[in-house]
Design a protein around this ligand. Structure first.
Ligand code: ADP
Ligand code: MG
Length: 357
């Protein structure tokens, strides 16, 4: 097991103007860790992964596997296993022949290859499938063959780029559990790329949230969910309301803000919040943490329901509070509540958090 370090890594493509696809990224992925790059399309996830794989070389910065500097080393000298969205399997070859691919290149002998192919197929729960043709397998099985092909070379790092995107929703959830199990069993350091925040949360030890080529936050799923660093991260991970609220007082750990209607509440803030009385704070509060109450309740915000949608697990409401739309997800709503009705919203200060712009 090795750790992977990116130090001030940037990538500029020729003819792509001044904007960097990846801009000054610092990351340290621990040995055996399941680490995910998460962000919207075009934010630089694949480019970062391809630099770790060696398919692209950084314009500046260093990449290390353990103490070894691999920045300019070609892909076949890095001991990485890659898994892609489209599987990239050879359809005319059998399962075993596909898995054998990396062993052939490495000139591993026949007996050893047979043993390792069976072992890799066992790891992905496809023991005995070696003679099947690729087109006789389901999408989920094909993706597990791709995983076996990556694992059979016993890579030092496993690199996965949106490997579940071609699977339907149910299979995606099953396969993500499988990938996580296989990675933990093999102990391989994994770098995983996805734009799907639920997938990232469910699978990862830690996540780096990327936007416009930059890493905006690194943390465990819990840290990123409960303590988003910026308004972008708050909105991208799950759903969040980010309210502009006037600051009436501030100290090192807390900022007291005034809610519409005049109620003042203390809200936790990161140490470097830099806010003082008179400034405006961005405060994140999740829809599921807002409670519905009567429009006249003390300390509650009052607003008018503009949208209401029953999803089974919860009812999602959009409530207009003094011109600001506030999202609310409620398990229970008063019988007969509908669009146009006045409601009260209770925002729990302990669930609110000051974010950066
Ligand atoms: P993601 O995987 O997060 O969707 P990418 O890493 O593929 O994003 O792309 C990041 C940015 O770099 C995008 O603006 C994309 O258009 C650009 N880009 C990616 N690959 C190339 C390339 N080979 N040549 C020029 N621009 C590229
Ligand atoms: Mg991509």
């Amino acid at each position: 097991m090795i750790d992977v370090t990116l130090e001030s890594v940037s990538k500029r493509f020729p003819r792509a103007g001044d904007t960097a696809a990846v801009d000054d990224v610092d990351l340290r992925i621990g040995a055996g860790e399941f680490f995910t790059l998460l962000g919207p399309s075009g934010c630089g996830k694949t480019t970062t992964l391809r630099m770790v794989a060696g398919f692209y070389f950084p314009s500046s910065g260093r990449i290390r596997f353990g103490a070894e500097d691999v920045t300019n080393r070609p892909p076949n000298k890095r001991d990485t296993g890659m898994v892609f969205q489209n599987y990239a399997l050879f359809p005319h070859l059998s399962v075993a022949q596909n898995v054998a691919y990396g062993l052939k290149i490495r000139k591993v002998g026949r007996a050893e290859s047979t043993r390792r192919i069976e072992e890799a197929l066992g790891q992905v729960h496809l023991a005995g499938y070696g003679d099947r043709r690729i087109d006789q397998l389901s999408g989920g099985q094909q993706q597990r063959v791709a995983l076996a092909r990556a694992l059979v070379i016993r890579p030092r790092t496993l690199l996965l780029d949106e490997p579940l995107s071609n699977l339907d929703a149910k299979l995606r959830e099953e396969t993500r559990v499988e990938i996580r199990r296989i990675q933990k069993d093999s102990g391989t350091t994994a770098l995983y790329v996805t734009h799907d925040q639920a997938e990232a949360m469910a699978m990862s030890d830690r996540i780096a949230v990327m936007e416009s080529g930059r890493v905006r936050q690194v943390g465990t799923p819990q840290e990123i969910y409960h303590r988003p660093a910026t308004a972008f991260v708050a909105r991208f991970i799950g759903r969040s309301n980010v309210l502009d609220l006037p600051v009436v007082a501030a100290d090192a750990e807390r900022v007291t803000v005034a809610l519409p209607g005049g109620w003042e509440v203390p809200v936790a803030a990161p140490a470097d919040h830099g806010l003082a009385a008179g400034a405006t704070a961005l405060v994140s509060v999740r829809p599921e943490h807002i409670a519905l109450t009567s429009a006249t309740a003390e300390g509650a915000l009052t607003g008018r329901v503009t949208e209401l949608e029953f999803t089974g697990m919860a009812t999602n409401l959009l409530v207009d509070v003094a011109g600001e739309p506030v999202q609310v997800a409620a398990i229970d709503v008063p019988a007969g509540l509908g669009v146009g009705d006045q409601v009260g919203l209770r925002l729990p200060p302990e669930r609110m958090w000051v974010v950066g712009a």
